[in-house]
Design a protein around this ligand. Structure first.
Ligand SMILES: Cc1ncc(COP(=O)(O)O)c(C=O)c1O
Length: 400
């Protein structure tokens, strides 16, 4: 059956408006569409394809597991899930893992756990969740409400209550909102969708101190920053601050849908049998692939390589900027880079994305003013150079 982008409009719910071309094949950091046109992929499926497309270790894990056992439900456990959880707990602060299928589900579990922990330990009054404007935590109704962009949560009827927001990096505002009723503070250790915004080091430490002062849990949403993206397995490991609960997804599966919530043994105790669950969470195929991703990513070679690629991207973008003067800031950490457009191009980030696609390079935006690059953590230097050369051509056409 021949299908095209036009077929999409005939059969799909219109909540997405994908690009005109339809990709059919990927290898490493290159992708080809139905017409055979090649693209360099700096988007990586929105910070998902951390080892590029069709990495041999992932294909091997998927095919081997695919010939053994696909699915069981959580009435039974399985070896890949237990092995992956063991590796995650050995590599982080966490003692316990809950598997889900997406970032939103990992965050949903985190929020429900925080509420249940507070109820069990302090009573029903302690239920307030504080999060940050411009934060993004997923699209389930709870997580999208906790996310700091009301445009995404408005228009669906009454929202889950006891959710408050303050500005990111504004410790005084957070302090003013916190009380003994606060059960958790949820934050990204670097805001991705909101515009690639880093927290001040003192801010992160201050949030931890306030959580300790008010007996509130600190939840780090590392769905985008996690699994090597910023140059350590998780971004918290570079902050000097340890969260109580951490949500992981995206790069965790490298393209296979999986999410995970990590926490301590003491907090995990509050999700007793039957309190929460998922049919597919901990699926053997997903966990086998994620284990293969872990084995590649959790090495000095790959994590140091991420830092090298950060320098490469920032350096080349700065050179482009000398010629075109279109960015007022180039920022981010590791393979999560944002280039904020000058006021002259405010609101035009998507035009740059489209112009890039026309020249054979896939980039992302993070809000209306920021172009975002979230390539594979192992993208070859030659592909970085070629992709940015194509992007510069797109810029030249767009700005003249
Ligand atoms: C920080 C963060 N949290 C949560 C999510 C939601 O993840 P998912 O789309 O897998 O539900 C995203 C997705 O962009 C994200 O960037």
């Amino acid at each position: 059956m021949k299908v095209t982008r036009a077929t999409f409009d005939e059969v799909m719910v219109p909540n997405y408006n994908p690009a005109k071309m339809v990709p059919v094949k990927g290898e490493g950091s290159r992708v080809w569409d139905q017409e055979g046109v090649e693209y360099i992929d700096f988007a990586g499926g929105i910070a998902v394809n951390c080892l590029g497309h069709c990495h041999p270790a992932m294909v091997k894990a998927l095919t081997e597991q695919g010939n053994k056992l696909w699915h069981l439900s959580n009435v039974f456990t399985n070896e890949p899930a237990i092995r992956l959880a063991k590796k995650l707990t050995e590599a982080t602060f966490a003692d316990r893992v809950y598997f889900a299928n997406s970032g939103a589900e990992a965050n949903e579990a985190a929020l429900k756990l925080a509420r249940r922990w507070a109820l069990d330990k302090f009573g029903a009054e302690k239920n307030e969740i504080i999060a940050f404007t411009k934060g993004f935590h997923g699209r389930t109704f709870f997580t999208v409400t906790v996310g700091g962009q009301p445009a995404y949560s408005d228009g669906f009827g009454p929202k889950p209550g006891a959710v408050e927001h303050v500005d990111y990096n504004d410790l005084a505002a957070l302090e003013a909102k916190m009380s003994d009723k606060t059960c958790a503070v949820m934050m990204e250790p670097l805001q991705g969708e909101g515009g690639v915004i880093s927290p001040d080091a003192e801010f992160v430490k201050g949030v931890r101190e306030l959580c300790d002062k008010y007996n509130a849990l600190l939840v780090f949403d590392e769905v985008q920053t996690g699994f090597g993206r910023t140059g350590s397995l998780y971004a918290y490991q570079q902050t000097g601050v340890t969260p109580d609960i951490l949500a992981s997804a995206k790069s965790l599966g490298g393209g296979f849908p999986i999410g995970a919530m990590l926490t301590t043994a003491e907090i995990a105790e509050h999700l007793k049998p039957g309190t929460h669950g998922s049919t597919y969470g901990g699926n053997p195929l997903a966990c086998a692939v994620a284990e293969a991703v872990f084995d590649v990513v959790h090495t000095d070679e790959v994590l140091n390589g991420v830092k090298h690629r950060e320098e490469l991207f920032k350096g080349k973008l700065a050179e482009i900027n000398e010629r075109y003067n279109i960015f007022k800031d180039i920022r981010g950490q590791g393979c999560l880079i944002g280039a904020e457009l000058t006021d002259a191009y405010a609101g035009k980030a998507r035009d740059f994305l489209n112009a890039g696609a026309d020249e054979g390079v896939m980039v992302l935006v993070a809000g209306p003013n920021v172009i975002r690059f979230t390539p594979s953590l192992i993208i070859p230097e030659a592909d970085v150079n070629e992709g940015l050369a194509r992007f510069e051509k797109a810029i030249a056409k767009l700005v003249g």
